[in-house]
Design a protein around this ligand. Sequence first.
Ligand SMILES: Nc1nc2c(ncn2[C@@H]2O[C@H](COP(=O)(O)OP(=O)(O)O)[C@@H](O)[C@H]2O)c(=O)[nH]1
Ligand SMILES: [Mg+2]
Ligand SMILES: [Zn+2]
Length: 294
Amino acid sequence: MRTEQIEPRTETVCLICETENAPEALMCGECFAPMALTRQAEALGRDPRIVSVIGESNVGKTVYLGFLLDMLSQRAGDFDAIPQGPYSVDLQQTVIGHMAQRVFPPKTPMEADQWYWAYYHVRRHRKNAPWIDLVMPDLAGESLASELSMPRTCRVISSLLNKSAGMMLLVDAALAANGSAQPDFFSLKMLSYIDGLAVHRSGRRNSVPIAVLLCKADHCPECFDDPRAFVKTNLNRTWNLCESRFETVEFFASSVVGSLGYAMPADESYVRQVPLHTALRGILEPFEWVVDRL
Ligand SMILES: Nc1nc2c(ncn2[C@@H]2O[C@H](COP(=O)(O)OP(=O)(O)O)[C@@H](O)[C@H]2O)c(=O)[nH]1
Ligand SMILES: [Mg+2]
Ligand SMILES: [Zn+2]
């Protein structure tokens, strides 16, 4: 009988959900975060700071994140951004590629193993400015919603939000301006979930910096003039919860399109929005605000 010597394997612990994975794993078996993220963080000897972009399905998370990363890698706002691995560039490439063809990028799949993760080293382009390790996954809104209705069922979301040093909460301003209460209820639930993550600090207000973005503000340009007044009027429940439970919140208006066309493709039976040209407004400001508070 032959006995084989089994080499001891050092497991790699996922940075996001802390599950042990085989050393050669490409993605975490539990939460599907790229293991390259864990290895790079290990090599640097520090935990990266996670900034999550959250919001309901169809609010504009993918489009926003794609343009933000693209602006950062073009050194907008005095930032230096270095992608950590080619996988970090995929999201930005998909969004820019589609918008150049005048179509919005496809919907983010619900399956976590198909989400794009972006890992960048970012810092202000000045002497002695510290590096910030930014991890920004593009989540599916449906997965966030199911985690809100049944907390702790979607491991990747609960671990990620628990570890986030800052957040950007996207809200559909166009819907809110039209009188729909849906955006207000979703952000109310989201904020109450985030507040619940920090029960150990009960009594005190939550200090995690949250930038609330009023997306699709091209439909309601009054957002740009006074985002706070817009939130107070159109998203009053959210405004009140922010006031009573969150210490570090700011409101921003944002939009990526200058003008929209409407077209009905020959093989489909519905009208589709066509982004005729890209005009970025309020993309970098909320990010700068969060980074300055990390
Ligand atoms: N008018 C307008 N529509 C937008 C804007 N950003 C996104 N959209 C629309 O919102 C849809 C959903 O965007 P997406 O980024 O996929 O949302 P996600 O589900 O939150 O990732 C797009 O297909 C567009 O129709 C914007 O700045 N202005
Ligand atoms: Mg998406
Ligand atoms: Zn994991």
